[in-house]
Design a protein around this ligand. Structure first.
Ligand code: HEC
Ligand code: HEC
Ligand code: HEC
Ligand code: HEC
Ligand code: HEC
Length: 210
């Protein structure tokens, strides 16, 4: 072997070693991306089903409007999730043969026990939120904050953050924080963004915190 051949042979080896390092680096990046984007969100959120399923489509047809179940009380406060009082007129006895209705009638209506619904939009205890200010005064639609739940055939799976205990709907599904609809996320900054647009300032801490 000549001197020049020796040099280029060891050059090749060094280049190979460089290539392997880059390959391992890329595999490492791919693994951490998979951990961060796919596995971590799966680990951090636990999935829960509602006690019984409920079809808004069936009920909007049977009842006619949202107000029968989600209404403002005389004092201006919002009723939120319905109680048995909003169901009992029709479900004293089963109307059909759906399994969810059987469970509802036997385990809740007959025993006069409220259904422990999971609230997708539930904010931490320290947050103050008023439906009247948004729905009545600012005339916002339910959909603009809640999405299409009110016209769905089935209640979505509820996802709870194992560390904070908060619903995933608050921090959003997309961990990169990309927002395609106004209802994708309802974090502090999302509330503040609209307040700034509508009123010209983000508001003081005590507007939203008790
Ligand atoms: C017959 C009663 C009934 C009617 C009518 C009804 N809903 Fe509901 N709604 C429910 C029940 C039961 C739930 C499940 C409990 C929950 O998540 O609050 C629910 C849940 C919701 C939620 C999810 C709230 C959350 O964050 O958990 C939204 C939003 C909603 N309804 C909007 C609507 C809209 C909009 C309409 C009218 C188009 C409507 N609903 C009509 C009974 C009703
Ligand atoms: C105006 C009458 C009416 C009221 C009020 C009403 N329901 Fe129903 N509900 C129905 C009818 C009709 C069906 C369909 C029965 C069938 O054909 O299987 C139904 C079906 C159901 C079912 C079976 C699954 C589904 O959604 O199709 C559940 C569970 C249920 N209702 C729960 C409730 C709860 C909880 C409330 C109160 C928040 C309520 N209903 C209020 C009429 C009513
Ligand atoms: C500006 C955004 C916004 C609008 C508009 C809005 N909501 Fe909400 N909704 C929220 C937030 C935030 C919560 C959680 C409040 C909390 O945890 O204190 C909530 C909670 C709820 C709940 C669960 C309440 C409970 O604790 O039982 C229901 C049901 C609901 N909203 C239905 C509706 C309906 C129906 C409309 C339209 C008439 C509507 N919302 C309009 C933001 C909104
Ligand atoms: C898309 C716009 C929008 C979003 C999103 C929004 N708000 Fe508002 N909010 C308003 C407007 C407009 C008003 C002023 C209504 C009025 O007094 O005329 C308001 C008023 C309020 C008030 C004052 C109520 C009162 O009576 O003094 C509170 C508290 C509040 N918002 C909390 C929140 C919180 C918490 C969130 C997020 C979970 C939120 N808002 C999301 C538009 C929005
Ligand atoms: C427009 C309403 C709004 C205003 C104004 C606001 N916040 Fe918040 N804040 C929220 C909401 C909604 C949450 C819950 C969602 C989240 O964590 O982003 C929150 C969460 C927080 C949390 C985390 C609490 C927890 O349990 O996770 C802290 C801390 C906080 N806010 C401090 C402040 C301070 C300090 C200010 C004043 C500079 C302020 N906030 C102003 C709406 C508001």
């Amino acid at each position: 072997m000549s001197e020049t051949q020796k040099v280029s042979a060891s050059d090749n080896k060094r280049r190979d070693a460089g290539g392997t390092t880059i390959l391992f680096f890329l595999i490492g990046v791919a693994i951490s991306l998979a951990l961060g984007w796919i596995i971590f969100p799966k680990l951090i959120y636990s999935k829960k089903s509602q006690p019984i399923d409920f079809s808004h489509v069936v009920h909007n047809e049977a009842v006619g409007d949202c107000d029968s179940c989600h209404f403002f009380r005389e004092d201006g406060t919002f009723s939120g999730s319905p109680t048995l009082a909003e169901c009992i007129d029709c479900h004293e006895e089963a109307q059909g043969d759906a399994e969810d209705e059987r469970i509802f009638v036997e385990e809740y209506v007959a025993q006069n026990k409220e259904v422990p619904w999971l609230i997708y939009s539930e904010q931490p205890d320290c947050v103050f939120f008023s439906h009247a200010a948004h729905v009545k005064k600012a005339e916002m639609s339910c959909e603009s904050c809640h999405g299409k739940i009110g016209t769905s055939e089935t209640l979505p799976i509820y996802e709870e953050n194992r560390i904070t205990g908060y619903s995933r709907n608050i921090w959003g599904k997309d961990i990169a924080g990309i927002k395609k609809h106004t209802w994708d996320r309802m974090k502090m900054d999302d509330c503040g963004e609209c307040h700034e647009e509508e009123t010209g300032d983000k508001g003081s801490c005590f507007q939203c915190h008790k």
